[in-house]
Design a protein around this ligand. Structure first.
Ligand code: ZN
Length: 291
C-alpha cells in the first residue's frame, strides 16, 4: 500500500482530521492525461482533497464530485471520489504551461483563474446535496477552506500539495484536512493555530520522509490525537463496455440508426481513464435491436 489516508480525532473529538499521501494517485492521473506540471499540481490537489472528503461519505455507493470551473487556461477540473478512498478526475485543458508565480511555485491559481467550486454529494436520495462557492484564490486548499466555512458551516483548515521531479513526474503529493466540531473550545483553537504556524508545507514534510500519521501528530500535538483508521487510496476508473453501451442506448434509437447509416465505427472515450471504446456498425445494430 503506497497511497493512503489517515483518519484521526483529537481533543476528545472536538477535532477531526485527515491526512493523506497520494503520490501514485497523482502520478497515475498525470500519466493517463499527459498533464503539464501546473495542471498536475492543480488536479493533484483536487484529487487529494477528494480522497479525504470521499471517505466521510456514509454509504458504499455514495459519490462525491468536486468541480472547478474557471476563466483560467485550464478551464475546469473535475474529480469524483467514493467512500472507499477511490478517486478519478480530469482537467479540461491538460497541457497548460505557465511561468512560475512570484514565489517560484507552480502557478495553480493562474491556471485555474477566477471561477467557482461546486461540490456535489450523491447519497442515493432524490436530490443530491450541492454546495457552490466563488473561488477565493484558485489555489484550491484556500477555496476548500472557504467552502467548508460557508457551505457546511464547519471551521476547517485544508493543506494540499504536489511536488514535481525535474523530469516532470510526481515526487510527492498529499494533504491534510482539519475540522473543528461546533463544541470546540478556544484553547483547542489556539493550540491548533500554533501548531499550524509551526509547519512548513505538506510536500516539504512528505519530502522529509514524514508519514501522514506523523504529519497529523504534529498538527494535533498536545491535543491527544487518536489515529482511528488507515484507508488505502488510489486512482480508479470503473468504466466498462457495458456502461458505455448503456450511455449509447440512452442517446435514442433514432440517433443510433443515424450512426449505423453512416457505416462508420463509433468511438467513445472515457474522460477519466482515457480508454477508447469502439463500436462497429453491426454492434450498434445489435444495440438498437436490444434497446
Ligand atoms: Zn474510464
Amino acid at each position: 500500500m503506497s497511497d493512503y489516508i489517515v483518519r484521526a480525532t483529537a481533543a476528545d473529538a472536538q477535532v477531526r482530521a485527515f491526512a493523506c499521501t497520494t503520490r501514485d494517485t497523482v502520478e497515475t492521473a498525470r500519466d493517463i492525461h499527459h498533464l503539464s506540471p501546473v495542471v498536475t499540481a492543480a488536479l493533484g490537489r483536487l484529487l487529494s482533497a477528494g480522497a479525504m472528503m470521499g471517505i466521510t461519505l456514509k454509504g458504499e455507493r455514495d459519490l462525491l464530485t468536486l468541480q472547478i470551473r474557471g476563466e483560467g487556461p485550464v478551464r475546469g477540473l473535475l474529480v469524483t471520489a467514493d467512500a472507499g478512498g477511490q478517486v478519478k478526475g480530469y482537467a479540461n485543458v491538460p497541457d497548460v504551461i505557465l511561468p512560475a508565480n512570484a514565489r517560484g511555485k507552480l502557478d495553480v491559481s493562474g491556471a485555474v483563474g477566477p471561477g467557482i467550486l461546486c461540490i456535489t454529494k450523491d447519497m442515493g436520495l432524490k436530490e443530491p446535496y450541492v454546495g457552490q462557492i466563488a473561488l477565493q484564490t484558485g489555489e484550491i486548499a484556500e477555496d476548500l477552506t472557504y467552502y467548508f466555512a460557508v457551505s457546511e458551516q464547519i471551521p476547517s483548515t485544508v493543506g494540499l500539495g504536489v511536488l514535481m521531479n525535474r523530469d516532470n513526474t510526481v515526487a510527492q503529493a498529499g494533504g491534510f484536512l482539519i475540522q473543528l466540531m461546533p463544541f470546540a473550545g478556544d484553547d483547542v483553537i489556539t493550540r491548533l493555530e500554533e501548531n499550524l504556524a509551526g509547519i512548513s508545507s505538506v510536500t516539504q514534510l512528505l519530502s522529509e520522509g514524514r508519514t501522514p500519521e506523523q504529519i497529523l501528530g504534529q498538527l494535533l500535538d498536545g491535543m491527544n490525537p487518536e489515529m482511528n483508521e488507515i484507508i488505502p487510496t488510489g486512482y480508479y476508473c470503473n468504466c466498462s463496455r457495458q456502461k458505455v453501451e448503456k450511455a449509447l442506448i440512452s442517446v435514442g434509437k433514432k440517433e443510433l440508426k443515424d450512426m449505423i447509416a453512416e457505416e462508420k465505427d463509433v468511438e467513445l472515450n472515457c474522460h477519466f481513464c482515457n480508454k477508447n471504446y469502439v463500436f462497429k456498425p453491426e454492434e450498434l445494430k445489435i444495440l438498437v435491436k436490444n434497446a
